[in-house]
Ligand binder design. Sequence first.
Ligand code: SF4
Length: 344
Amino acid sequence: MGKIIEIKDLRVSYHTYAGEVQSVRGISFDINKGKTIAIVGESGCGKSVTAKTLMGLIQTPPGEIKEGSQVLMDGKDILKQSEKEWEKYRGATCSMIFQDALSSLNPTMNIGNQIMENITNHYTVSKTEAKKEALRMLELVGIPDPVACLKKYPHELSGGMRQRVMIAIALAGKPQVLIADEPTTALDVTIQAQIIDLMKDIQKKLGTTIILITHDLGVVANIADGVVVMYSGKIMEKGSAEEIFYEHKHPYTWSLLNAAPNLELGYKQKLLSIEGTPPDLINPPKGCPFAARCKYCMNICVDEVPEEYEFETGHKVSCWLYHPESGYNNIDFGSDSEEAGYEG
Ligand code: SF4
C-alpha cells in the first residue's frame, strides 16, 4: 500500500501574550493507505495540534503554520489549499471525530439531518437518496433502530450511541482519512471496547485510513498498525505497534509504558509516574526536550537536539543513546539500569 499522507517538517506555533508557544516543532512521518496510525503522548505534546493541521483547523492568528512545513495528501500539499478547497476537503477527503460527542453534535438538529447535511454538502443527491444513505450509515455503525434514530436529537441518545452517530456523520462524506481525537476518553470501558471494534470493522469494510490521537495505550495496542510517540512538539520514536510496545528504544516511550497501570496486577501494583514536568514551549530546551526527566541524560543531550537513528525495520528513535559513541549497547530499560547519570 502506498503513502496517503506525508508530513514533512511540520512546525506550528501559537502567539500568546506570554510569547510564542512552539506547539509542533518540526515533525515528519508518513501514513500508508488503509492503515491505522496512533499518535500518543502526554497532554500538550502537540498531537491534537497535528490533527487540527490535517483538518485545516488552525486559526491564524493566534496560530501560525511555519514556512517550509508540508502536509502532502496523495502528493498534494494541503497547506497551500484555498478556503474553498478546504471546504471540499473537510468531510470528503478527511473527517474528524472528537472526544465529546455531546458538545460536537448540533443539539437543535435531528440525527438524520446532521448526517444528510454532510452528504449533501459534498455530493449532488436527492433528499430521498441522502436519507437512504444516512440510514445505511447508522446501520453500518451498529445503531439498533436506525429508522427511529434518524428523528432523534443528540440528548435522547446514550454516550456510546452519540459516539456511533459521530462516526456515522464523519463517514457519510466517504472520507479517505478518518481522524479520531481521543474518541473513547469520555466513554466507559465496555463502550470503549465497542467503539474500538467498530472502528476496526469500518476499516476492514471501507479501507479508511485512521489517525488515532490518544494517551490511552490500551486503545493503541488494540487497533494501531503504527505508533508515533510525541513529546514537547517533537517525535521521540516511531515504529510498528509491536516495536513500540515490545522493542521500544526511547527512554520517554519506556517511561510512558511503565506509567500505564497493569490491570492483571490489580491493587497490588505501585502506580508509577514520570517525575518532573514537560518543558515550557515558549522557551523550549536547546537539546533533547526530555533531558530534565531522563535518567540516561548525558552532557550532549542538554546541548544538542538528538539525531534520528533508523533501525533496519524502519523503526526510528531520536535519542543520543543510539549514537555509536554513547557507550550504550542493548539498553534494557526494564532492568532499571544503574547507568543513570552517565556523563557522556
Ligand atoms: Fe535521554 Fe539523552 Fe536520549 Fe534525551 S537524548 S532521551 S536526554 S538519553
